[in-house]
Design a protein around this ligand. Sequence first.
Ligand code: CO6
Length: 431
Amino acid sequence: MANFNILMPKLGESIQEGTITKWFVKEGDTVEEDDMLFEVATDKVDSEIPSPVDGVITKILFLEDSLVPVGEILAVIKLEGEEDEEPTSPEEISIATTVGSTETSSKITESSVDESRKLSNRFYSPLVKTIAKEENISLEELETIDGSGANGRVQKKDILGYIENRGIRQIAKPQAENSVASVIERKKPVPVSIGVEDKIIEMGRVRKLIADHMVMSKQVSPHVTSVVEADVTELVLWRNRNKVDFQQKHGDKITFMPIFTEAVAAAIAEYPLINSSVDGDKIIVKKDINIGIAVAKPDGNLIVPVIRNAEQRNLVGLAKELNRLANAARTNRLDPGEIQGGTFTITNFGSFRNIIGTPIINQPQVAILATGSIEKKPAVLETPSGDVIAIRHKMYLSLSYDHRVIDGALGGAFLRRIADILEQFDINRSI
Ligand code: CO6
């Protein structure tokens, strides 16, 4: 019988697994090409996956809430118009769907029944296969290892590195019980008494993810926070002067966020260690400056889309990308890849007029900047004719950083540099 295997799609460059949050079909259903089959969630983004073929669903292999590695077979569709043959027929067709691009790549492989659990058709050298066998690493597990060779090929050093860290890794078991909720066990350290009139709200999937990520971050990184004040009067006056013209000329609004982002990218270029991650005993200093922006969603959740290569964009480019990502985040239209790969995060709680906060690091990054509300304040100014008190626009910037790798001197100097860049904003800058 000719079958299409529906595989867990690769939803982003570094995504290795996804949770099936909903099946739109059941065994025995007839589907047409582009009919929705299931919804898959990776981190905080949900994607609906359509059928690439016409046919009948003959098998569904995972229940809802299963966490499944990329490339695993999720369901089998008997192709429309195909007659039943002997069950041992060797022909098998598998399809790999790439979501987030316009391309859908399909691959037709001839394989024996034994090989029908072959996953993504990655090539493994005999040496890698031997090591995997000796170490009891299954094919499914092998598929989760990042390969550093050409086209993501797993090399000897990749599998050896994986084995070294294996003890501390959470391997996704293709079982229904391995839901996101159980990947990190939510502990109940303090018993809670519930009164009859108290309201119980079940945490949604995204809320649980945020909760787990926050706890994990505090456990992984010793956080410290430094705070500086910046006089951003010139910058505020420049925006007041150019707000309307900027929108007319570029078709996008200009807020303070793109200016904060530009200042952060410039400061990171001077203090590259801020743009790093900790990997065991190694510090990985990232080349690209990919700045995550915390966006508050209307449903009360928080998501962090990433402005890639922020250092290469000008103010107009930053404003456009920020507005695009913030809108996509608020309307649930982000691609999974758009929340991946951040190397530093900015959270702007000035949006709701808070002035100082101590943000939690977005792992595996090592620092996060919080920008407070810009407020008018009386301030002492030094002038040639003596000190005067003037009304100035001021804000607090707070930086939480990972004390494993960033000490106070570096964190403080980096933070002060951001403030200095903002204070030196050229009021005559053209738009
Ligand atoms: N000061 C003064 N005015 C501000 C500021 C600050 N810091 N931030 C925004 N605004 C103004 C902004 O210029 C807009 O003014 P108009 O153009 O004159 O209308 C207005 O407020 C609305 O700005 P908006 O928020 O729509 O756009 P912005 O580009 O500034 O920010 C965003 C985009 C996606 C960052 C923002 O919409 C958002 O979601 N912010 C909340 C992020 C958040 O919830 N972070 C978590 C905070 S909790 O970190 C936390 C430490 C703990 C407490």
